[in-house]
Design a protein around this ligand. Structure first.
Ligand SMILES: Nc1ncnc2c1ncn2[C@@H]1O[C@H](COP(=O)(O)OP(=O)(O)OP(=O)(O)O)[C@@H](O)[C@H]1O
Ligand SMILES: [Mg+2]
Length: 336
């Protein structure tokens, strides 16, 4: 038995390898799923495999828990760092706190400047608090940060550990609302500007720039650009990791429905921690045999629910997945 063939009760109609061959322009990949199912290791293994295919790959994590450094056994915190032992691969654990602080500073400047521009005295701190003291602000700061990395375009392929699932969905879902809102704002600013010019005799007013309008236009352009990239099935793919178990299946089923509704491209489903029945000796414990039988049942369910979306099955190893060698071993299954 070859190391990368597993005895599985379902047919994989398109493997990850075939999917990648059919998507030569794929640039943005994400891994989502229930907590602890192996999103970080699958993102890591995918990044290793993609780098081995010759792409310059950035593996990035927006997860506040220091996951990449410990998985890679190498400090990759704070800046893109070449991964030892894998040419073409860089890893980057984003400094969440710093990102959020910078976003707060940024919004602080915008609000203060806006209040001044609108001639509203004082109270800036209250506005700033209202704008930044909520989890959605932190999430969107991380999302913005991710977009910044993407827009810089320094790598061929980006692999993001932990899909900003709720976030992407919310922001993309809201992008239509944002656009409506920004258009409305632009329209009324434009009218206000015209009125001011009409009422003014000075030449100065005519040539005066409108910084708020400029900001809104830039903001809208960013959202539109992000939406275009993240909904382009040639460029973007969200992968979902599950185990052959009820809860992780239910979680990705929900994600897949949301994503389908929002037109976000789904790359496929990866089944992790599979126990190969052939690897289980006849005299194995009842405990082990029961788990294997349970997994077989859930594999059938996975086939029914996700069928042609299943791209790979990765076995449960007898140790945790740490270090580049282990990731390469995992990649062998992921890219089988
Ligand atoms: N196929 C596997 N065989 C053995 N251990 C595995 C396997 N897949 C993942 N693990 C281990 O399971 C643990 C959880 O994996 P990982 O951190 O990738 O999950 P996660 O989905 O990213 O978790 P979180 O939701 O906390 O970010 C890790 O210790 C990892 O090494
Ligand atoms: Mg993780």
């Amino acid at each position: 038995m070859s190391a990368v063939t597993l005895d599985i009760p379902i047919t994989i109609t398109q493997t990850l390898r075939q999917f990648l061959d059919e998507h030569p322009n794929l640039r943005y990949t994400f891994f989502g799923g229930k907590g602890g199912v192996g999103k970080t290791v699958m993102a890591g293994a995918a990044a290793v495999g993609l780098a081995q295919r010759g792409h310059r790959v950035l593996l990035a994590s927006t997860n506040p828990v220091h996951s990449l450094s410990s998985m890679l056994d190498q400090d990759v915190f704070g800046k893109p760092t070449p991964v030892e032992g894998v040419p073409n691969l860089w890893a980057y654990e984003i400094d969440t706190r710093d990102t959020i602080e910078r976003a707060k500073q940024d919004i602080r400047e915008k609000i203060s400047w806006f209040l001044k521009y609108a001639d509203i005295k004082g109270r800036a701190e209250e506005f700033i608090e209202a704008a930044t003291m909520n989890p959605a602000f932190e999430e969107s700061a991380m999302f913005e940060n991710m977009l910044e990395i993407i827009f810089k375009g320094e790598y061929d392929v980006y692999v993001f550990d932990t899909a900003p699932t709720a976030n992407a969905r919310r922001l993309l879902g809201m992008s239509a609302v944002y656009t409506l809102w920004v258009n409305k704002m632009i329209q009324s600013r434009e009218e206000a500007r015209k009125l001011r010019i009409k009422l003014s005799f000075s030449k100065e007013a005519k040539e005066e720039k409108d910084p708020l309008l400029e900001y809104l236009v830039t903001f809208q352009e960013r959202i539109e650009r992000a939406k275009k990239l993240l909904t382009d099935p040639e460029k973007t793919a969200f992968f979902f990791v599950t185990l052959p178990e009820a809860l992780p299946i239910a979680v990705i089923r929900r994600f897949i429905n949301w994503f389908t509704d929002f037109g976000i491209p789904i790359g496929g489903v990866v089944v992790n921690m599979y126990m190969d029945p052939r690897a289980i000796p006849d005299d194995a414990d009842a405990f082990v045999k029961n788990r294997v039988a349970m997994q077989q049942r859930y594999m059938k369910e996975i086939e029914q629910l996700f069928g042609p979306m299943v791209r790979a099955v990765v076995p449960l190893f007898d140790t945790e997945i740490r270090g580049v060698e282990m990731l390469k071993r995992t990649a062998d299954y992921l890219f089988a």
